[in-house]
Design a protein around this ligand. Structure first.
Ligand code: SF4
Length: 265
């Protein structure tokens, strides 16, 4: 939307969308998202430990990874920038975390100026386990994670690394499991993790109509029946009720054409 305030930094990006500006109660937040190159797209380490198992690795399965959705599928320069950013992360994690701390501090100020609360999604197109092995320094103090360094910020992510929801996560970090039926072993394990921990699980349906059909119905995944909610009304997953299926519909050419089993229907 022309004229819409945008926050840009070397690591995270945010915009105030139309809903935010309208001041809907659920939209008092601005979300800054970090977009990296998923899986092994940048070479070196794998940023998405379960991508092969879940059948969404864009460098291997041509699955429904979000990296191929929206503008990124059209502008390869966008993906080149993501690869460069990911290479910075892989080359020197401590420096990258310092850069991220600076950008989150700037984002907090930007949110205050625009009268919104800050939310941050670090895994826009990756599945890094930020809660472990990612310490950072802020104002001369050492923190075990970026979430701990910024208790005033609400962090959230989708994840296919289902072991993460068994962890004691920082109270300001909401993780939503991401279902895929591409491989039976993964489908069973992610469903079991949702059942055992009560974590919400996002399911991507082929069309909006199919998603709408399931909304407000009880659907059985594994041994548990869960309510399906419309997950596209907002992306603010930390405002969702607990123990639900977050119903989304496929967006972007790659997701719509996905045949891996990630997209349902
Ligand atoms: S885990 Fe997420 S970001 Fe990584 S390849 Fe799969 S869909 Fe893409």
């Amino acid at each position: 939307m022309p004229g819409t305030p945008v926050f840009k930094s070397p690591t995270i990006l945010a915009g105030l969308n139309a809903k935010t500006i309208k001041g809907d109660k659920r939209e008092e937040y601005a979300t800054a998202i970090m977009y990296l190159a998923p899986a092994k797209m940048a070479g070196g380490a794998n940023l998405c430990a379960m991508a092969r198992e879940a059948g969404c690795d864009p460098t291997h399965d041509n699955g429904g990874c979000l990296v191929n959705s929206g503008q990124a599928q059209v502008f390869s320069s966008i993906n080149r920038a993501r690869i460069a950013k990911t290479q910075r992360y892989l080359a020197n994690r401590a420096e990258f975390m310092a850069e991220l701390v600076r950008d989150v501090q700037r984002f907090i100020k930007w949110c205050a100026k625009h009268g919104v609360k800050p939310a941050v999604r670090l895994n826009g197109t990756s599945d890094i386990q930020w809660e472990v092995a990612h310490p950072c320094d802020k104002d001369g103090e050492r923190f075990t994670s970026i979430m701990e360094a910024f208790p005033e910020v609400q962090f959230y992510d989708y994840t296919k690394v289902y072991k993460r929801v068994y962890r004691q996560l920082p109270s300001n970090y909401q993780l939503v499991l991401s279902y895929s039926g591409a491989k039976q072993r993964y489908a069973e394990a992610v469903t079991k993790a949702a059942q055992e921990t009560g974590a919400n699980m996002a399911v991507v349906y082929r069309t909006k109509e199919l998603r709408d059909y399931f909304v407000d119905k009880l659907v059985q995944y594994g041994e548990t029946c869960r309510d399906v909610i419309d997950g596209d009304q907002t992306d603010l997953r930390f405002l969702d009720p607990q123990g639900v299926i977050v119903g989304l519909y496929a967006k972007g050419r790659a997701a719509k054409a996905d045949t891996s089993g990630f997209v349902i229907g």
